[in-house]
Design a protein around this ligand. Structure first.
Ligand code: AMP
Ligand code: MN
Ligand code: MN
Length: 350
């Protein structure tokens, strides 16, 4: 996702994996037999961090000699074209083809089991389960959890584990991890962009990957139909100055009919929030994307005064303090009424 201050949440003392957690994760990988089946799963509707951390880590497992290795995610297997060049895509299988009884399941960038869709059943049958994530709301659903709410991206944890496994970074692994890191830091703009993030970026760039090419493919390429669709959907954005405790809310709605008129797939709308959240007069931004007749995928962003993950959790979703989402039901107006009510309960202390 593209989200401000990703990973900025977390409770005091929530300082990430312990040495014992890392050791358990290393042992789980090192202990795999030669014929072990490893299934990697990332969250539904994968973003750059979900996909990049999964494929980058998968390429590392392949370098270690893991032969039976699959990567998957719930829902339709199609990916946005912007990811169509990623190294390691040959690891991907549709969810229906995923090993029914893997020896090891590794989950990437999923805060809870609900983000795994129907693939959640693999957790119970797997020999062991390993969770790599950085959401403050992570429910620790793995047998081994490498969860660091202060990490800028799940790829930080993926790289940490690869390093402990002795897998050197190469250009293919680095390209995947760079996509993940640049996605979740908003191209190194959000507050989660620590010195350690830049040090990791430096190690990735040292493999020879080209950041200009990668950024253009991931962030700056869009079909003309999507450009015109954005124009229309942005043109009907609304500003509610009284919302979010008077700090202001900017929002818009995109319907399936909008997508059909411009002949665009739903995923083109994922970056729409980045064009909305620039609004100076609004603390919070919201995009309501139609999924079915009475079902909406809702994205929320905050500039810092509102904990949108708190609002999203109240509404059945989750995320980070300043970037969150949920699935809303009913009409778009009903969903927006619920968003306004939830935001009023999500103001952070000044
Ligand atoms: P998005 O607006 O889709 O880019 O998502 C922003 C953040 O909210 C991401 O970190 C997601 O993990 C989280 N998120 C989005 N939708 C949901 C959902 N339905 N349930 C839980 N978390 C969500
Ligand atoms: Mn994600
Ligand atoms: Mn992430």
């Amino acid at each position: 996702m593209t989200a401000p201050a990703e990973g900025a949440g977390g409770t005091p003392g929530d300082s990430g994996p312990t040495d014992a957690d890392w050791a358990a994760a290393v042992a789980a990988v090192r202990g795999l037999s030669a014929d072990a089946r490893v299934l990697m799963i990332c969250h539904v509707n994968p973003d750059g961090d979900a996909l990049g951390s999964m494929l980058g880590f998968g390429l590392g497992l392949r370098r270690l000699g893991v032969r039976q290795l699959q990567a998957t995610f719930p829902g339709p297997p199609e990916l946005p074209e912007s990811f169509g060049w990623l190294p390691g895509l040959d690891l991907l299988v549709p969810e229906r083809a995923a090993y029914p009884d893997p020896d090891l399941v590794i989950c990437f960038d999923a805060a809870s089991e609900s983000r795994l869709g129907d693939l959640v059943d693999r957790l119970a049958v797997a020999g062991t389960t390993l969770v790599l994530d950085h959401h403050a709301s992570n429910t620790r659903f793995g047998r081994i959890d490498l969860v660091d709410p202060h990490a800028a991206a799940t790829s930080v944890l993926a790289e940490g584990l690869l390093a402990r496994l002795g897998v050197p970074l190469d250009a293919e692994i680095a390209a995947c991890l760079y996509v993940a890191l640049s996605t979740d830091t908003g191209s190194f703009r959000f507050d989660a962009t620590t010195p350690a993030v830049h040090e990791l970026a430096a190690r990735l760039l040292a493999t020879g990957i080209r950041p200009g090419d990668i950024s253009r493919r991931i962030f700056d390429t869009r079909p003309f139909g999507a450009v015109r669709l954005f124009g229309e959907v942005l043109g009907r954005a609304r500003l509610d100055p009284a919302a979010a405790g008077g700090r202001g809310l900017v929002w818009t709605v995109a319907t399936l009919d909008d997508l059909a008129r411009y002949d665009q797939p739903p995923h083109v709308l994922e970056s729409l929030i980045d064009s909305i959240r620039v609004t100076a007069e609004a603390e919070v931004s919201c995009v309501v994307k139609q999924v079915a007749a009475e079902e909406w995928s809702v994205s929320l962003r905050s500039k810092g005064a509102v904990d949108v993950s708190r609002a999203a959790v109240v509404l059945g979703g989750g995320g980070h303090r300043f970037a969150a989402g949920f699935t809303g039901r009913g009409s778009a107006d009903e969903v927006m009424d619920r968003v306004r009510a939830a935001l009023d309960g999500a103001l952070l202390p000044a």
